[in-house]
Design a protein around this ligand. Sequence first.
Ligand code: GDP
Ligand code: MG
Length: 355
Amino acid sequence: MKIGIIGLPQTGKKALFELLTGHKPSENEVASGKPIHGIAEIRDSRFDYLVGMYKPKKEVRARIEIELLPKIEKDAISKGEIFEDIAQLDALCHVVRAFKDESIYHVSGSVDPSRDIDAINSELILHDLIFIEKRSERLDKKVKQTKEEASIKEKGLLAKLKAHLDKELPLRLLELNADEKKAIAGYPFLTRKEMIRVLNVSEGQLKERQLVKGSMDEAATANTMRVSAKVEAEVAGLESERERKEFLAALGIDEPAINILTRLCLGALKLVSFFTVGPDEVRQWNVRAGSTAVEAAGAIHSDLQKGFIRAELIKFDDIKKLGGEDAVKAQGKFYLKGKEYIVEDGDILSIRFNV
Ligand SMILES: Nc1nc2c(ncn2[C@@H]2O[C@H](COP(=O)(O)OP(=O)(O)O)[C@@H](O)[C@H]2O)c(=O)[nH]1
Ligand SMILES: [Mg+2]
């Protein structure tokens, strides 16, 4: 499961990638025009809380894969290449320039986040429209020759997708039934992918409420957040946790934006986190939303999946409220679950198994 960072030139993509992954791409890597791989640790205050409670010998954060894609420029669609790379991703993180800085050039000469959001949307929409056009031409030929029912049906579906895209709307906002989803599952539609939008703002804009004015794609604002790459880099550069806290408090910020961003990435990838805890190790794990207890066991080790007996479950909120495992048990909030239990975000699991 991979999320990719996309956007116009000079928006702060590389700065955010560095903050998320700790990997500083070299000039050569950037110049190669290829996606740059990195791994980001999930920053989750629940994990920190459990580490504080269990004081384990070892702490292991969950991770996600991140790719930094080359800049998307106007008419990028005609060059094509980057879109094949985007098609390989499971979700997108669009970095939008909102910071004002005269010393850093802007491709369009002025800072205007909603214009830039629409520009990138349009490129992705155009990509999907071109795909539909080509696919439809092939289907037309096929229908003429064979009158095949499945092809006729698919043509109808593609026409429906096209009508939606023609309104400048991404396909992720179009409701499809299970059959329709299945029919297009193998197609490289970019606007079907979950998208997070990161407004890279100036320090003074961090607390503003309004996200973007007048963009076409307002339905996506739930997945939009503000970051100041500059502030985050300063926070990351501070030595101690105490210094970081004080610095953020002085700016009126509760938590580094990078933490919020990693959580949004998890959501966009449709992953949920569970925890395993104990004196030896506290660890956070990611599994696909909808995974069963036995699948979660398999994420830990195949032996746990094969020999699965049951999962012992505590909810994070319960242990936080009650202060410890003993109190959780005393309150009857310690649960036993079978193979088919659907893991929820924030579950603390202990798998009983037989080898
Ligand atoms: N003032 C300011 N400059 C930034 C911020 N984020 C990035 N920059 C600068 O903008 C330029 C482009 O940043 P970079 O991370 O390379 O963006 P990319 O080209 O989109 O990958 C660099 O000179 C950065 O130092 C920010 O939050 N505030
Ligand atoms: Mg750059």
